[in-house]
Design a protein around this ligand. Structure first.
Ligand code: MV4
Length: 602
């Protein structure tokens, strides 16, 4: 077994991995960006090293720097978590060349599953059912038109070959829509994956997203841990996941069948470690189709851990160390029902717009059957630079109905001051008939009126400012010596440099936001637009501007799409009129409160 592992990640998953390492008696090494100096994953690890500025490209994606730190501190392996470098085959190879174990599958398996067309071809050859469509790239619109009309039939899905998780996914319900779907998917593929290649699938009307957790070791064992149902998603972002699927959707025989499909899929690419086979289930015909394989530990691995009692992160580490899995297929017994709610810093009432900010008071729920995997604490800043997920709330109970009641109770216990999160959305959704009936809730997630009722009636209270004067306190200063983090304790008067990181030994004092930040948040709170001016509700990058100055718009028409926190956010006209000013163009960086357009009455 390893004696020291570096975690190339941040937030809740870094903390989750460190917990596994603590239990296995393995030393942990955190890496962090300048923005994450005070982050829990840094405090929690045995050692921590600064790897660069806030931008992920210069820190958490900086493979060279991370490998250099691993070499310097003597880590024998790197755990990538999810996101960042987790599915980067070049990084897996670079680890191998540096003599450091990449905790994940072989680079060849990442490559095979990374290309969706290659994956479909491999799966078809292995006898794994794939969604009917092409296994080869479709080069031109003309080809697409012919194949859609003669071989697949409408509606068709156009997907980017480099895609996954819904990026570069467009639907053409009829021939007239194919051109824009084809071009849209290609453009998005180019933008996100530097690959404009697309392929076609039959579009299934209202399938369920059902995925299977697999584990494989280097001793010939590949097993599955049952399914997760992740059908509650919006714009391909999963919001709620459960394991198992509702019993009237997946019965024991179907579980056996899709479990076997998933094991076959993993074996076809010589898989190692923890992975997930994603698929679509037609709930009427019970037909199951392979969609893609995620070659990493996933956000929602937790619900499977709750129903199987198997620690998926630890099993992945064991396998990477060359050990056999600690369980065989016969040891996998599903018990009860688990549900996970993603607690994102988002505002469901404004189309799930990112809502970064600083957390004031913070109390996590507890009690029987409740698990919280979080990467924050009181005073933490949720930055627009990273993923908006602040925590995952997971519950377990004997069945789906009781697990739902327990989740509602836990959501009610959760206190997150100063930040807009999806807690209210989850409470509302889990109380619906649709959820109780196990529906995919796709209509509800787009229902403006239903979501509008979840609006925050007032800006959440700002965190209290720390006391400016008083008794001498013990303060912990974070000091970096040659990039390595040390905590230095100083007894003295409060205030002074580094005082923001001060604590009384346990709870850190929330930082007071800078004046500029307070002013910015006041602007956002005032709704973003007054009169003719449409102001940006968020910080991000202008991705598209489908309108032009001088053009007439109706209220609700898309004025621009801003990319922030990995999400595309449609910003719509707040009133009808003529666009008098349009001071933005594609690629611009905008801050919260910046003017996007001025719309005058026509
Ligand atoms: C599909 C589909 C229908 N037909 N593919 C792909 C990524 C995943 N996030 C959802 N994806 C879908 N792929 C074909 N050929 C419908 C979806 C889909 C979906 C599936 C199950 C449950 C909820 C969904 C929400 C949006 C899209």
């Amino acid at each position: 077994m390893f004696s020291k592992i570096l975690i190339a990640n941040r937030g809740e998953i870094a903390v989750r991995i460190i917990r596994a390492l603590d239990e296995l008696g393995i030393a942990s090494v955190a890496v962090y960006s300048e923005l994450d100096r005070d982050a829990p994953h840094v405090a929690r690890a045995g050692e921590a090293y600064l790897i660069g500025p806030a931008e992920a490209a210069k820190s958490y994606l900086n493979a060279e720097r991370i490998l250099e730190v691993a070499g310097r501190c003597g880590a024998e392996a790197i755990h990538p978590g999810y996101g960042f470098l987790a599915e980067n085959a070049a990084f897996a190879r670079a680890c191998e060349e540096a003599g450091i174990v990449f905790i994940g599958p072989p680079a060849s398996a990442i490559d095979a599953m990374g290309s969706k067309t290659r994956a479909r071809e491999l799966m078809r050859d292995a006898g794994v059912p794939i969604v009917p469509g092409t296994v080869e790239a479709v080069a031109t619109l003309k080809d697409a038109e012919r194949i859609a009309a003669d071989e697949i039939g409408y509606p068709v899905a156009v997907k980017a070959a480099g895609g996954g998780g819904g990026k570069g996914f467009r639907v053409a319900l009829e021939p007239g829509e194919l051109k824009s779907a084809f071009e849209g998917a290609a453009r998005e593929g180019e933008k996100f994956f530097s690959d404009a290649t697309v392929y076609l699938e039959r579009y299934l009307p209202d399938p369920r997203h059902v995925e299977v957790q697999v584990l494989a070791d280097g001793h010939g064992t590949t097993i599955h841990l049952g399914e997760r149902d992740c059908s509650i998603q919006r714009r391909h972002q999963k919001l709620i996941e459960e394991s198992p699927a509702p019993e009237w959707i997946v019965d024991e025989a179907l579980r056996e069948r899709i479990g076997t499909i998933a094991v076959e899929a993993a074996k076809a690419v010589d898989y190692r470690g923890a992975g997930t086979v994603e698929g679509l289930l037609d709930s009427e015909t019970k037909e199951y189709y392979f969609l893609e394989m995620n070659t990493r530990v996933q956000v929602e691995h937790t619900v499977t851990e709750m129903t199987t009692g198997i620690d998926i992160v630890k099993e992945g580490i064991r396998v990477a160390a060359g050990e056999p899995l600690s369980v065989g297929q016969a040891d996998v017994v599903l018990r009860g029902h688990a549900i996970e709610c993603r607690i994102n810093a988002e505002d469901a009432s404004t189309k799930f717009a990112p809502a970064p900010g600083r957390i004031g008071a913070y109390v996590e729920p507890g009690g029987p059957g409740v698990r919280v995997d979080s990467g924050v604490r009181a005073g933490s800043e949720i930055s627009p630079m990273y993923d908006p997920m602040v925590a995952k709330l997971i519950v377990w109970d004997a069945d789906r109905e009781q697990a739902t009641a327990r989740m509602l109770r836990a959501l009610a216990e959760y206190e997150i001051e100063g930040l807009k999160t999806l807690i209210a959305f989850h409470r509302a959704l889990l109380a619906t008939e649709q959820w109780a009936r196990g529906e995919t809730c796709r209509d509800l997630l787009e229902d403006r009126e239903w979501l509008a009722a979840l609006a925050f009636d007032k800006p959440p209270a700002a965190p209290p400012p720390p006391a400016d004067e008083g008794e001498p306190v013990e303060q912990t200063y974070v000091v970096e010596v040659s990039g390595r983090k040390f905590d230095v304790r100083v007894i003295g008067p409060p205030g002074g440099p580094g005082a923001a990181a001060a604590g009384n030994g346990a709870q850190p004092t929330p930082k007071r936001p800078t004046r500029a930040a307070r002013e910015r948040s006041a602007e956002t709170a005032s709704n973003g637009h007054d009169g003719d001016t449409l102001a940006s509700p968020m910080q991000g990058n202008v991705w598209k501007v489908p309108v032009q100055a001088g053009q007439q718009v109706v209220a609700g028409e898309i004025v621009t799409i801003i990319e922030a926190m990995k999400m595309e956010n449609e910003i719509t006209a707040h009133k009808a009129g003529v666009i008098a000013e349009l001071p933005i163009s594609e690629g611009d960086a905008v801050r919260s409160g910046d003017v996007l357009a001025v719309i005058r009455d026509a």
